[in-house]
Design a protein around this ligand. Structure first.
Ligand code: ATP
Length: 356
């Protein structure tokens, strides 16, 4: 098994697109690592460069302590699972799973024995003689995973492997994938544009934009303290409140009211400086009276056990998530107060978090 080190990695496509831009990254041995970002940010290119399916135009790729920058994919000891699973349609499930063992020239009885065992572990025992066309999307995904497991690789590379599944199956497959990775302990890099999936699965996440990493951290870090407004906007099922504000003494003037400057930003902002105030709806408390921003309830959105309340505060719309039993009436006058320690300040210029 092995970790991955990328040093000053570059990939410029022939047309001139700079898909990976001078990237440095260390992924630990046994880690479940997510590459997350919007369409076109370079995550698939990065994964394919680690796999050797794309050749880097600069920098190095190390798997363990071996420099594989110019090594062919077959000799990198990686197994890749693609979005469309890439199963062989004319082969049965058992032949698909045992294919990598055939390449390794194991005997027929040995490879059928191993494939049967892996298939059984992944709940495919009843399906071994079917062809991929006669399987559901979730079953095909498990066959693709079983084939990757049969390779016994040093690395798993997954390119959006759950994106063809419906919402419910996707949740099941997610749990399954996490358990499988824990059991096998194989270093795994997982590409997704779905922030909820990255938060649920990964030990650490790299949030990418335009071929670069904008934040590297645990799910808690990127959710709780986004390093810039790009990450703040991208992470979270309900969008983070990002409000224009201005420093006034010990406070920030924002949405027609005042909020105290967070402790870590004190002394790092100038009087009168324009800033962006960030706070997640989940960390905004709503009350009928008291401290905080004053406003009028405008929209209620049902999120299941909670409700997203949008409040008009002097023309700025601010979201707060409340338990369903505390839902206010539309038109009610309310106060909004951030939970202690959850208010973030960003530079108006460049959008970097203040006080890191
Ligand atoms: P998606 O989520 O849409 O798959 P991504 O983040 O995985 O996007 P990439 O597929 O890595 O992004 O693409 C990064 C950039 O490189 C994009 O601008 C894309 O248009 C470009 N690109 C990708 N493949 C090629 C190629 N073979 N030739 C030229 N440009 C390419």
């Amino acid at each position: 098994m092995a970790g991955i080190s990328l040093r000053a990695l570059d990939k410029v496509y022939p047309g001139g697109v700079h898909a990976v831009d001078g990237l440095d990254l260390d992924i630990d041995d046994g880690e479940f690592f997510a590459l997350l970002g919007p369409s076109g940010c370079g995550k698939t290119t990065l994964l394919r460069t680690i796999a050797g399916l794309e050749v880097a135009t600069g920098g190095t790729v190390l798997i363990g302590d071996r420099d594989v920058t110019t090594v062919s994919p077959a000799r990198r000891d990686v197994a890749m699972v693609f979005q469309d699973y890439a199963l062989f349609p004319h082969m049965t499930v058992i032949d698909n799973i045992s294919y990598p063992l055939r390449i390794k020239r194991q005997s027929r009885s040995e490879r059928r024995g191993k494939a049967t065992e892996i298939g059984r572990q992944l709940g495919l025992a009843e399906l071994m003689d079917r062809r991929p066309g006669a399987l559901s999307g979730g079953q095909q995904q498990r066959v693709a995973l079983a084939r990757a497991v049969a390779c016994h690789p040093a690395l798993f590379l997954f390119d959006e492997p759950l994106s063809n599944l419906d919402a419910r199956l996707r949740l099941e497959a997610r749990t399954f994938l996490k358990r499988l990775q824990r059991e096998l302990g194989v270093t795994t890099v997982f590409v997704t544009h779905d922030q909820a999936e990255a938060l649920a699965l990964a030990d650490r996440i790299a949030v990418m934009e335009a071929g670069r990493i904008r934040q590297l951290g645990t799910p808690r870090e990127v959710f709780g303290r986004p390093a810039n407004t790009f990450v703040a906007n991208f992470i979270g099922s309900t969008p983070m409140n990002l409000l224009d504000g201005q420093v006034r003494g010990e406070t920030v003037a924002v949405a027609g009211g005042r909020l105290p400057i967070p402790a870590e930003a004190v002394g790092k902002v100038a009087e009168g400086e324009k800033v962006v105030v960030g706070v997640r709806p989940e960390y905004v408390r709503l009350s009928a009276s008291g401290d905080g921003l004053a406003g009028e309830v405008s929209i209620l959105e049902n999120l299941g056990t909670t409700t997203l309340v949008t409040v008009d505060c002097a023309g700025e719309l601010v979201g707060a998530t409340v338990p369903e039993e505390d839902e206010p009436e539309p038109g009610a006058q309310v106060r909004l107060a951030p939970v202690a320690g959850r208010l973030l300040l960003y530079r108006a210029e460049g959008g970097e978090l203040i006080g890191e």
